[in-house]
Write a protein of this length. Sequence first.
Length: 375
Amino acid sequence: MLHALKNLSVQLLLLVLFLFSTFSSSAENHKDKIIIGESTRLYSDILGEERAVYISLPSNYHRNIHSYPVIIVMDTEYLFEAASAIVKIKVSRNEMPESIVVGIPNSTGKRYDMAMSLRYPDGSTFFGDADGKRIKDYLVFYRKELFPFLENNYRVNTHKTIIGMSPTFGPVLEAFWNEPDLFDGYIVLAAELAVKTTSGKTIAERLLQAIQDNKRSKSAIYIGKASDDLKRRPKEEALAYVELNQKLRDTANPDINYKIEVLENENHYGMSISGIEHGLENIYPYHTWRVPYREFWHSESPANAIKAFYEKLSKQYGFEIIPLEDSFYAAQTLLGTAKRLERKGRRRELRDLVRLAINYYPNSPVFKGIDSGKK
């Protein structure tokens, strides 16, 4: 009897374990992964090592046909998700074009390879024993290896932005000073201004010289610093932010859009969220990216008005920019405009808009469906 009870207990235990296992497996099978990007690898002869590359693609990238600007993010371990999220939100509100965000994670122990050799006026170093000798290697890596890799594997256009923070702002400033054709937008987070570079000039002095240079082509640069950092810096650092803005007020090259600021109530790494947002706003300013959809809706031909606006915007930036097909709870899109025209009974204008939308998005199931329904 006792033996039978033991066998029954073992059988019940096995049954419970089986059911729990089945339930757990079933629960696992019903979990959906949230994916913000993909990771690939690229061997660099320039850097002498294999590097990971993170890619975050725009919505519906794989069914669209147009190309996109690129945003290169250094310190990807910390900034990739933040940069991707900020870009997604700003794109959804028509504040910037859809973009491919590319992250370059740091190699173990090599983050300071990108640090400039910087010194305070008293001779003490800012980034320890960093000599800055490999910074130019990173620029060669971008130009000769990373960009060709992106061009061969993704639909990228010629407009490029780079984001660097603290030690990784080295390549950002080096490119801005010495290879201004490499990027169109520069975002420097947790910047320093009053420290001296190996040239003998401070970062502020070199920025002043570059931004005043009227021979330079069109670009945008953002320099941001947390107010909390200034508590641990010599007084010259806070003064440098004030003086640089004063000196540039009437002397800056009008083709260089710049913003140099101290972010109040922010700390060294916490400022990255506001810094990325402000940096992108400097590259894609609100007064340029205020898309007047209400004016489009009330125009004689909404399709022609939208087309003219985006052709002008494309000419200004040097690459094709197209209106959003759709967005999260936003009427200021092609689909939102189509719905409004349909509600208003403007059939001819709706037909013209659908044709325009299909020209921009030939694989759109939504607008192909609308077009079929009109025939």
